[in-house]
Design a protein around this ligand. Structure first.
Ligand code: ATP
Ligand code: MG
Length: 384
């Protein structure tokens, strides 16, 4: 894919910090069909007014490549990539941002150390990072903890209105920042949000010609802003993605465990391991485990991440049949009955046997002076 092909706003000037946020594809990245389709669609409709495509939904299996696809769009369109990971008790300030008082140094002194550090970090910030991000960096908090801290500071400020009159400053959220400056924003798992008012705020932020009412000003959606919602498909018992939110996307992709050839291609690129026969058996094993888990309501996931680490272990000399447990099966479940179901499915398709045979071939070939070097195609010659 040529570098320029999908540029959306070729004349835009970016600051150095913004350029840093534009994703650079690693050598191991391979463009998927979905990536090419989305880029063509967005490019085609970019200047078509109301028909513009700027809200996307990528829904499907864990590890199927949703986040990497969102990042690849950042690289192809040359838009800074930012993300927000949603959590159950998100509130409106997590969508919009928070107003905090600017305290005098005397009043700062009276606060608990962590609150003082938090406020100081916010005062010192240049307004480029979102408030939550400032706290995550300054205090080493998770996104959720940072949101909690902001809420606490906010509440404290509200309770403490008496006394000296204070100046307030508005700290925008990550969403507002991307919305206002025209970045590509990945919104991870918005289905977990419980508060309907928060979902409404998010919905209105996704209107194509929308605007956001901030406490300090009204800001309009930047024409380059692209929102990519990524979410796992809802399973029984999980909260499905809000219908109104779903309705606001103009293009969606069903992301599943990729086809076997794509799995092998990605694993080769990531691990440098090239024995296609081995890669094939391991990929088939993952596919069968994934299907069996679904059919039997086993919650664990046999996906791309397990595949990469398993391939890597085998490439490093681990026995495939044994490392299957540490890299794949025990990650899915440690329940004996479920493990038996998974093993039976592999046995039915002779995959357990193939994994064991690989070991025997490996041992025999090294006894006969066979080269056991990484990536040597003759290393595991066996018939399936
Ligand atoms: N196009 C690709 N080329 C090469 N590797 C890829 C590609 N897409 C995804 N991967 C790799 O697959 C793994 C999982 O990808 P990613 O994190 O994007 O999945 P996800 O669908 O966002 O998962 P989750 O649901 O857990 O958030 C990562 O190691 C990633 O580098
Ligand atoms: Mg992801």
């Amino acid at each position: 894919m040529s570098n320029q092909e999908y540029l959306l706003s070729p004349d835009r000037q970016w600051t150095d910090t913004e350029v840093e946020l534009i994703w650079k594809k690693p050598a191991s990245h391979t463009a998927s069909e979905e990536e090419i389709r989305i880029c063509q669609e967005i490019k085609r409709n970019w200047n078509r007014g109301e028909m513009k495509i700027a809200n996307l939904l990528l829904e499907g299996d864990a590890g199927s490549g949703k986040t990497q696809l969102a990042k690849a769009l950042s690289a192809n369109f040359r838009l800074p990539y930012t993300k927000v990971t949603c959590f159950a008790d998100m509130d409106k300030s997590d969508i919009i941002g928070a107003i905090l008082p600017v305290l005098s140094s005397e009043r700062l002194e009276k606060l608990e150390l962590e609150d003082r550090e938090a406020l100081q970090a916010l005062y010192d910030s240049d307004g480029f990072q979102s408030a939550a991000e400032v706290l995550m960096n300054a205090l080493g908090l998770s996104q959720e903890e940072a949101a909690g801290k902001l809420r606490q500071l906010f509440k404290q400020a509200a309770d403490d209105r008496n006394g000296e009159s204070v100046e307030y400053r508005f700290y925008p959220s990550e969403i507002v920042r991307a919305y206002q400056h025209g970045y590509l924003l990945e919104i991870q798992e918005p289905n977990v949000i419980r508060d309907a008012a928060v979902l409404m705020a998010l919905n209105s932020a996704l209107e194509l010609d929308g605007s956001l009412n901030l406490p300090t000003e009204v800001i309009r959606r930047h024409p380059d802003f692209i929102a990519v919602i990524t979410t796992n498909r809802s399973y029984a018992g999980a909260r499905p993605l809000n219908e109104a939110l779903r309705d606001r996307v103009q293009h969606s992709e069903k992301m599943d465990l990729p086809a076997k050839a794509v799995m092998i291609e990605r694993a080769m690129a990531k691990t440098g391991y090239r024995n296609e026969e081995v890669l094939d058996v391991l990929a088939q094993t993952i596919i069968v485990l994934d299907q069996t888990a679904r059919a039997n309501a086993i919650k664990g996931i046999a996906g791309m991440r397990s595949y990469f680490y398993w391939v890597d272990a085998v490439a490093g000399g681990a026995a495939a049949a044994e490392s299957l447990y540490y890299k794949v099966i025990y990650k899915m479940t440690t329940d004996s009955e479920e493990i038996k179901l998974l093993e039976d499915a592999l046995r039915d398709r002779r995959l357990l046997e193939s994994l064991h045979e690989m070991e025997i071939k490996k041992k025999t070939s090294s006894r006969h002076g066979g080269d056991a070097g990484l990536g040597n195609d003759r290393r595991f010659r066996f018939c399936l």
